[in-house]
Ligand binder design. Structure first.
Ligand code: AMP
Length: 118
């Protein structure tokens, strides 16, 4: 069982922001911004590559509710899903990183290894 499934099953503790029967939002253990929350479906889905429109459609208002609860819906935030090896996905259970609470800059690609796609 993956680590996020264990969090869903309460086998591993987490700092929960919001939870319903389908989704869970909890604080990232290693925050990269003043607000750094992870939003996951309770059902195991490997990554954004595998999510279907029905699940995404239900997840969207849940994420909106979380941003309101966190007080970042108007100040702004960043929503990221890392996918696969090049995306830097470490936990193979779909999750959206919700980052906010500060002005976020877009400068962390400088150390990326380029690939000759073009
Ligand atoms: P990613 O690299 O996109 O797969 O992100 C995985 C995220 O999960 C990282 O930001 C980790 O800090 C976070 N993480 C790993 N284990 C835990 C945990 N037990 N509770 C909360 N966040 C976690």
């Amino acid at each position: 069982m993956c680590i996020f499934c264990k969090i869903v099953n309460k086998e591993i503790p987490s700092n929960v922001v919001l939870e319903n029967s389908d989704f869970m939002a909890f604080h990232d253990i290693n925050p990269k911004a003043p607000v750094h929350v992870l939003v996951i479906p309770k059902t195991h889905v490997d990554s954004f590559n595998e999510i279907n429109g029905d699940l995404m459609g239900k997840m969207t208002p849940f994420i909106h509710e979380v941003t309101t609860l966190l007080g970042i819906n108007e100040s702004g935030y960043r929503l990221i899903s890392n996918i696969g090896e090049d995306g830097g996905q470490e936990v193979k259970h779909l999750h959206f990183h919700l980052l906010g609470g500060a002005k976020l800059y877009w400068g962390h690609f400088a150390d990326a290894d380029s690939k000759d796609f073009f």
